[in-house]
Structures are given as C-alpha cells and as structure tokens.
Design a protein around this ligand. Structure first.
Ligand code: 57M
Length: 358
C-alpha cells in the first residue's frame, strides 16, 4: 500500500523515491511485523485464554504436564502480522506476492481447522491425517501448476554446487514440488515440540530465503552468481522479511517458558510457505540444507517408526522426533532448543555458500 501511495510522490519530492527499493521496504516490513506481534501479543494471549484455547497435554513419558493449558493457535498472530505487514509494504501488483499469500493462507486454514477440532473436542483429536494431507496436496498442486504456467518456470531442477547438472523432471516435477511443500509443512510441525524450537529455525530459513529470492529477482546479481534470473520474484523478499519479523515477535512469547504455542495454524503455514518460496526461487534442493533441522527431525521419525515396525517394538532413539530423545537423556529443554538453533544457523550459512560454490 505504501508503495502505491507514497512512491508516486517521488515525482514531486525525491525523498519518496526510497519506497521503490525492495531492500528498504523489506526492512520496514520486518520491523512492522515484529512490532505488531510484540504489541498485540499480550492481548492476543489473553484472548486465547478467554476462549479457553489451551493445549491438551497427553500423559506420557515426556513430562510436559506443567505446560497444560498453555494457549495454542498463536500462529494466528504470526499470520495476522505477516499479512498486515505485506499488505502495507509490498508491491500489490506483483503476482508472486499473491501466490505466496495464497499458499500461506491455504496451509494456515488447514492448520486452523485441525487446531480448532482438537480444542473443541478436548481429546486432542484433530483432522484425520488423510484429510490434512489431502488439503496440503490440493493447495500445493494449485500453486505449483499455476507457477509452471508463468514465464521463466520449467520442470528442470538446479543442483546445489553443480551448475551444469540440471535434470528435467518433466511431469514428475509437480510430484516433486508437492513433496517439497508438504514435506516442509510436516517437518516444521514435527519440530514444534519444545518452546521456540520450530520458530527459531523458521526465522533463520526465512532470512536465508530473503537473500535467495532477492538475488533471483536481481538481474545483475543473478547473472554474477550464475543462478536463474526470474524478474519480479525479488518482491517476495518483503514477504520473507515479514516472516522474520513476525517469527521474532512470536518468539518473544514462545521462548522458554512459553506463554503460547503456535499450533498447526502456525507450523503448517510456515513450513508450507517456506517450501513454496524455495520452489519460487528454484532452490528446491537448497531447502534440504537450509531447513536441514526439519529434515533431521523428520528422518528421526521415519527411521524410528520403520525400525519399530521391522523389529516389532525395538527403537533407535529413546523417542522420536529427535528432540524428545535428548529430553529423555536428561538434557535441559532450553539447552536442546539453543543447540538446535545453532545447528540451523550453521546449516543456513552452508546453504548460502552454495551461491558462490558452483
Ligand atoms: C506435533 N505436537 C506436540 C502445539 C504445537 C508420528 C509421530 C512422530 C507424530 C508426532 C506428532 O504428533 N507430531 C505433531 C507435535 C505438541 O505441540 C502442539 O502441537 C503444535 C504443533 N503441531 O504448536 O500446539 C506438544 O509439544 C510441546 N510444545 C512445547 N512448546 C512449543 O512451543 O513444549 C509444543 C510447542 C505440546 C507441548 O508439550 O503439547 C507434541 O509433541 O505432541 N508425535 C510425537 O511427537 C510423539 N512421539 C511419538 O509418539 N514417538 C514414538 C513413535 C515415533 C514410534 C516413538 O518414538 O516411540 C510425542 N508426543 C508427545 N509426547 N506429546 C511422544 C511424547
């Protein structure tokens, strides 16, 4: 909105020229989302408590009973802050911004419905795994097929570190892209089991992809770095920056000991959108590095379940996902969280290095 109202004024006052720049608008999108979520946080948490949107904690080996009743669905605060900030700072004629908003809202609605059922039924039974999966697949197929009909997009895959290897996946690309989006969405969801554990790495990923989308949409930088140049994609930097801001604002309240959890409305929307942004800037495989922490958590579940079934009851980890394994080893919750954050920063730096190592 500011772009449309204030930039035209540059014809009279050159100072308004600054609203043209993606970098300037991204910084303020980050700050707007951050300040909005921090200011609205306390009222929002009170409101969730009033509605009795508290987390049901199941009795099990992991002792989280002290967290019983912590308000959940804090993801709504993230969604609201991101959308408000993007509507204020982005170029609203940009189609990539709208498609990203579509994915974000689409996944958020699935998560919202799941959370709502869990809370209102009080037995923690939300949407069935099948309905959730179906919803995620429908949103992903819709977004990817539309994207593939736009100029500059095709079914080839860029391979990090190897600039000449670009396999064409043909129709399989759609399947692949859906796996990326649904996988990312579920990866963030599985990771969301300790205070701040999912939102920290999400902020790091969004920051990293802010750089990727910016260079992808910048004609000179894309050429210099030998990556695909996609005009218009750079505007999505504003969205990524808003995600970073809203994520940090949410972390303010979700940091140990958490005053609120994000719920599926947060985890599914954040993961699905990160997956989509990776597809948007043709860095699908780099997502495996940037979001390596989510991949490790998901792999720990796959290995655990597979091994458990194969051996009829034996386990590789004390408990999956991996963070529960460390909890059961007696490592303090804040220590696990901060160590996982450090790992995610390390992975993001390795991912960024793929821009130069090719
Ligand atoms: C989400 N949800 C948290 C909160 C959050 C296949 C299996 C591995 C699935 C997995 C599972 O259900 N994962 C989905 C996990 C829950 O958090 C809520 O859910 C939202 C995210 N969807 O926003 O609303 C609990 O996590 C804790 N939490 C925090 N701080 C936060 O900021 O402390 C969440 C956010 C909250 C709170 O306690 O209630 C969850 O863990 O339930 N299942 C599991 O993760 C279970 N693992 C398991 O069964 N492992 C077996 C299998 C693989 C064979 C094994 O290893 O033997 C664990 N879940 C729980 N306890 N609750 C087992 C231990």
């Amino acid at each position: 909105m500011f772009y449309h109202i204030l930039y035209p004024l540059s014809a009279y006052y050159s100072v308004f020229n600054v609203f043209r720049y993606i970098t300037f608008r991204s910084i303020y999108a980050l700050l707007t989302a951050l300040i909005l979520s921090i200011i609205l946080g306390p009222t929002f948490i009170k409101w969730l408590k009033k509605l009795k949107f508290g987390q049901y904690i199941q009795e099990d080996v992991i002792c989280h009973k002290q967290k019983q009743g912590t308000p959940t669905m804090g993801g709504l605060l993230i969604v609201f802050s991101v959308l408000t900030s993007v509507l204020l700072w982005a170029d609203l004629t940009n189609k990539y911004i709208w498609l990203t908003i579509f994915v974000f809202i689409g996944f958020a609605l699935i998560g919202f419905w799941d959370d709502y059922l869990k809370i209102t039924k009080k037995n923690n039974k939300g949407l069935s795994a099948r309905s959730k999966f179906l919803g995620q697949v429908i949103v992903s197929i819709g977004a990817v097929t539309l994207l593939l009909s736009w100029p500059g997009y095709n079914t080839t895959l860029l391979v990090p570190f190897f600039k000449h290897i670009r396999p064409d996946l043909g129709y399989f690309y759609i399947l692949f892209a859906v796996i990326v989006m649904v996988g990312a969405s579920n990866g963030v969801n599985l990771t969301d089991g300790l205070d701040g554990l999912a939102i920290g790495p999400t902020v790091v990923c969004a920051g990293c992809f802010a750089i990727f989308v910016y260079v992808t949409g910048h004609v000179h930088l894309a050429k210099y770095l030998q990556i695909t140049y996609l005009p218009g994609v750079g505007e999505v930097t504003v969205f990524c920056a808003a995600l970073v801001g809203a994520g940090l604002g949410f972390l303010w309240f979700n940091a140990y000991p958490a005053e609120v959890f994000m719920g599926d409305v947060g985890s599914l929307s954040l993961g699905g959108t990160l997956g989509f942004i990776a597809i948007l800037c043709k860095q699908e495989l780099v997502l495996v590095i940037v979001g390596g922490l989510f991949v490790i958590e998901t792999l720990s579940v796959i290995l655990q379940v597979g091994y458990y079934k194969l051996t009829k009851g034996k386990r590789i980890f004390k408990m999956a996902p991996l963070h529960h394994h460390f909890e059961l080893q007696g490592v303090a919750e804040p220590k696990i969280i901060v160590r996982f954050w450090i790992l995610s920063i390390l992975l993001a730096l390795i991912a960024l290095s793929t821009l130069k190592l090719r």
